[in-house]
Design a protein around this ligand. Structure first.
Ligand SMILES: Cc1cc2nc3c(=O)[nH]c(=O)nc-3n(C[C@H](O)[C@H](O)[C@H](O)COP(=O)(O)OP(=O)(O)OC[C@H]3O[C@@H](n4cnc5c(N)ncnc54)[C@H](O)[C@@H]3O)c2cc1C
Length: 357
């Protein structure tokens, strides 16, 4: 396998040290880092840089998304958040791509007494866990974000929860991989090959056999469906459908929101993520519908209805995109699109690296 060509060398005879199945954000980061360390690395994906990143909101919300019983995950998320500035700077320097990494903070607000009680509980848990967040009255919330509805009853200001633009991140990672010599095979893996309990490579959809020293399974929500993975180590991931809207904030309304604003409205999570380029991402539905990615009138309606309740002025903004994606979710995930988590199930020498939401 050549280390310089981009796509068409499937079947060439150099065996990579690492073969990554799946070129979503997790697979691309893994491949980039492996190549940086001098390992001959290849990525197998019909559409590298596609996947959930094309739909995701990109909230980096370790503190706002804290849940009881997830201390280990919290530690991982906080460590990741601490390393993000350096990671983003390194990636931008290498590729010249902006990533839309905004250290804008997050405001989680309550619209009724129940939401308020829930947020108060979250605040107590955050404080017990030594995290930084500040309780604000409804008036203080509106002072911070004047577009908020008058009915907002209070909220949590979390200055440490930021955002990245996942589309730009994915594009930058593809470039970073190319620059570090990662080989891309734009083809689907059909089957993992296993010899005496060791993953030895894959058979691709066009029947090519690719051998590798190590295989990393990073196929997102499809990771549990790859043929050949022994039952005992099949990652327990499933797809959860999320519909997302993109609106544009015209100059005359800018800045519409200065930070991520989120809430639970009638039991559904809704968030508004303002990008630096004037885009406003509104998400997300959370639907157990298998592999379906249809954008539905009901999904769009619910998102607009809930977002409007939170920020009434949203109806003035042009609606520029509606899209649905599949987030990899693990069995313990209670709500998917509003609660990014991550799992990494290791099975040497094949590793599953799945970012879950
Ligand atoms: C609506 C929505 C909102 C979200 N919001 C957030 C958020 O605010 N914050 C957050 O942290 N996360 C969020 N997420 C989750 C986040 O996007 C995902 O966790 C993350 O992008 C998953 O990355 P991944 O690389 O594990 O998987 P994916 O992005 O799914 O990538 C998997 C890749 O594997 C490839 N593939 C699959 N099968 C094969 C095969 N057999 N052979 C070769 N390639 C294969 C696919 O083509 C794909 O490119 C959201 C997700 C959705 C859907």
């Amino acid at each position: 396998m050549s280390r310089t060509s981009e796509t068409s060398d499937v079947g060439s005879d150099v065996t990579p040290d690492v073969l990554v199945i799946g070129g979503g954000i997790i697979g691309l980061v893994t491949a980039w880092r492996a190549a940086q360390r001098g390992l001959a690395t290849a990525v197998l994906d019909p559409e590298p840089g596609g996947g959930a990143a094309q739909v995701a909101a990109g909230m980096l919300a370790a503190v706002t998304e804290l849940h009881y019983g997830e201390e280990t995950l919290l530690g991982l998320n906080l460590a990741s958040a601490r390393r993000y500035p350096e990671f983003a700077a390194e990636l931008t320097e290498l590729t010249g791509h902006g990533l839309g990494y905004r250290r804008c903070g997050t405001l989680a607000v309550a619209l009724d007494a129940d939401d308020r009680a829930h947020l108060r509980e979250l605040h107590a848990l955050q404080r017990e866990s030594g995290l930084q967040s500040e309780w604000l009255s409804g008036r203080e919330c509106r002072r911070l974000e004047p577009m908020l509805a008058p009915g907002v009853r209070g909220g949590l200001r979390v200055d440490g929860d930021h955002q990245i633009d996942p589309r730009r991140l994915a594009a930058a990672l593809v470039t970073a991989c190319e620059r570090t010599g990662v080989v891309f095979h734009r083809v689907r893996a059909e089957r993992l090959t296993v010899v005496r309990d060791r993953a030895t490579g894959v058979v691709t959809a066009d029947g090519t056999v690719l051998a590798a020293g190590q295989v990393v399974l990073a196929a997102g929500s499809l990771s549990g469906r790859l043929a050949g993975v022994p039952e005992a180590v099949l990652p327990p991931v499933r797809p959860v459908k999320g519909q997302v809207l993109r609106l544009t904030v015209p100059e005359r309304y800018a800045p519409f929101l200065s930070r991520t604003v989120r809430a639970v409205v009638r039991g559904s999570h809704v968030y508004l993520v303002p990008r630096e380029n004037g885009e406003l991402v509104v998400g997300a539905t959370s639907e157990e519908l298998g592999w379906d990615t249809t954008v539905t009138a009901g999904g769009v309606y619910e998102l607009l209805r809930d977002a409007h309740e939170l920020v009434p002025g949203i109806t003035e903004l042009p609606l520029t995109e509606t899209r649905a994606g599949r987030a990899p979710a693990r069995p313990t995930t209670r709500r998917c699109s509003a609660r990014p988590t991550s799992t990494a199930c290791c099975w040497p020498p094949a590793t599953t690296a799945t970012g879950c939401c």
